[in-house]
Write a protein that binds this ligand. Structure first.
Ligand SMILES: C=CC1=C(C)c2cc3[nH]c(cc4nc(cc5[nH]c(cc1n2)c(C)c5CCC(=O)O)C(CCC(=O)O)=C4C)c(C)c3C=C
Ligand code: FE2
Length: 427
């Protein structure tokens, strides 16, 4: 768990020949790229814009500070791409698990700052595999965030001595009507959510974390995502999902600290102490029946959500951000059933992505929404909302939940001496 040497070149600086994006050092026009990251961290968690003398950030050059009170990748403005991986821990040795979390943290510090792992890909000993796999060499940080979570199975009796430390809020989800969950797409002891504006940067990060985990943990399932389906940034254009509707209009904004404290971050009094500042993640792979949807009339499509397709306005209103009058929406409209007013004020921060995984063998697109939602307590947010949706949502005719997992996402890594899960693993 050593710190980055101050004079170490950024990722890709040793590469020859191939053209590459300007390095962080070149962009800064000075000696130490880490200064920019530190400056951004001091600025309260905003992405560090590694601009040149013009002040304009080069494409992809922004780095999201890794250290902080909360893990990056939750309230952070949503990046374009996702690579999500759930891991099974394959060792029974607690010390090995602790070592893995430390090694992952040090690697994540480097990758999110746009640096290669260890000694990099090259130059390296010819007789051994290089420390970094190399496919992100020369690429800028691309706002990469890496967010780690712990699944319920990690706390099982007789595994790592963590049973008494399992948070009460980390519940196994009940079975919902209509679920068609596949074991091979569900569960996991650990998860890593990698988000970046460049898919190669996100995939490189997961690949290298999996490589570091060899012998200690192995990927159980993974999910690639594109086309973010939720915005956490007010004032920007709301993205659209694969049904062509604006998605994320009424999401919790990453800048709304009052709503985040109330609905997303675990409070100091919520318990357990090691989760204060953390959050709980629900991940659901939801298959969307694109061909059926595409044959449905516009009115039926709009009735499903209770919003117009073009503007995204709630029925009875004219603008996207007008407050919905729930009584004006069809009784089974998705927005009517999911709205906080219909669920005792329950809210969550949605951070999902679209996915397509080819076709299903019958000529139908295997596509959908990889739903990711962060919340303070799963029992008070996802579960009651999904119960209501599973029972009566008009959207159910067009979707099916096929994968499911929950994770306790610990607070942020404070500094270069800290590591993911340190308080959880403290004896
Ligand atoms: C249990 C939680 C939810 C699941 C599962 C879910 C699936 C799902 N949603 C869409 C598309 C849209 N959802 C929208 C709003 C919305 N959805 C949820 C929750 C779940 N969605 C909430 C809490 C809300 C916000 C309700 C509100 O406050 O008004 C919208 C409307 C635009 C918006 O506000 O984001 C769309 C569109 C799909 C396609 C889907 C499964 C595939
Ligand atoms: Fe929704």
């Amino acid at each position: 768990m050593s710190e980055t040497p101050p004079d170490e070149p950024p990722r890709g600086s040793a590469r020859e020949g191939a053209p590459r994006a300007p390095s962080r050092r070149a962009l800064l026009g000075c000696g130490d790229a880490r200064l920019a990251v530190a400056a951004a961290a001091a600025g309260g968690g905003a992405a560090a814009a590694l601009g040149g003398s013009s002040g304009a950030p080069a494409p992809g050059a922004e780095a999201v500070p890794f250290h902080g009170t909360h893990q990056a990748g939750i309230a952070t403005p949503v990046q374009d791409r996702l690579h999500f991986a759930a891991f099974d821990v394959t060792t029974g040795d607690r010390a090995q698990l602790v070592r893995l979390l430390g090694d992952w943290t040090r690697a994540a510090e480097r990758m999110t700052a746009g640096r290669e792992i260890g000694g990099g890909a090259v130059p390296a000993l010819a007789e051994a595999p290089p420390d970094d796999t190399g496919e992100a060499a020369g690429l800028p940080p691309s706002r990469l965030t890496l967010t780690v979570g712990f699944g319920p199975s990690l706390f099982a009796e007789g595994r790592f001595g963590l049973a008494a430390r399992r948070p009460a809020a980390l519940v196994d989800l009940p079975a919902f009507p209509g679920d068609a969950l596949e074991a091979a797409r569900s569960g996991g002891d650990l998860c890593v959510q990698a988000c970046a504006d460049d898919p190669q940067v996100a995939v490189h990060a997961i690949r290298n974390l999996a490589r570091i985990a060899f012998g200690t943990a192995a990927i159980r399932w993974s999910q690639l995502g594109f086309g973010k389906t939720s915005s956490t940034t007010p004032g920007t254009q709301t993205p659209r999902n694969l049904f062509g509707f604006k998605d994320g209009t009424d999401n919790i904004a990453g800048t709304d600290t009052a709503l985040l404290d109330r609905h997303v971050w675990v409070g100091a009094d919520d318990g357990p102490a090691w989760m204060a500042g953390g959050s709980y993640l629900v991940a659901r792979r939801i298959s969307m029946h694109i061909e059926v949807w595409d044959r449905s009339p516009l009115k039926d499509q709009q009735d499903v959500f209770g919003r117009t397709k073009g503007e995204g306005a709630p029925y009875g209103k004219t603008r996207e951000h007008d407050r919905p009058d729930l009584a004006a929406l069809p009784p089974d409209a998705h927005v009517r059933l999911a709205h906080p007013a219909a669920n005792g004020g329950a809210r969550m921060l949605r951070r999902g992505y679209s996915y397509t995984d080819g076709t299903d063998g019958l000529g139908r697109l295997d596509a959908g929404l990889f739903f990711l939602a962060y919340q303070r307590d799963i029992r008070r947010a996802f579960i009651p909302v999904q119960r209501r949706l599973a029972r009566g949502d008009a959207l159910n005719e067009y979707i099916q939940h096929v994968g499911s997992a929950v994770f306790a996402v610990p607070p942020g890594v404070r500094d270069t001496d800290d590591w993911w899960g340190r308080e959880l693993m403290a004896a």
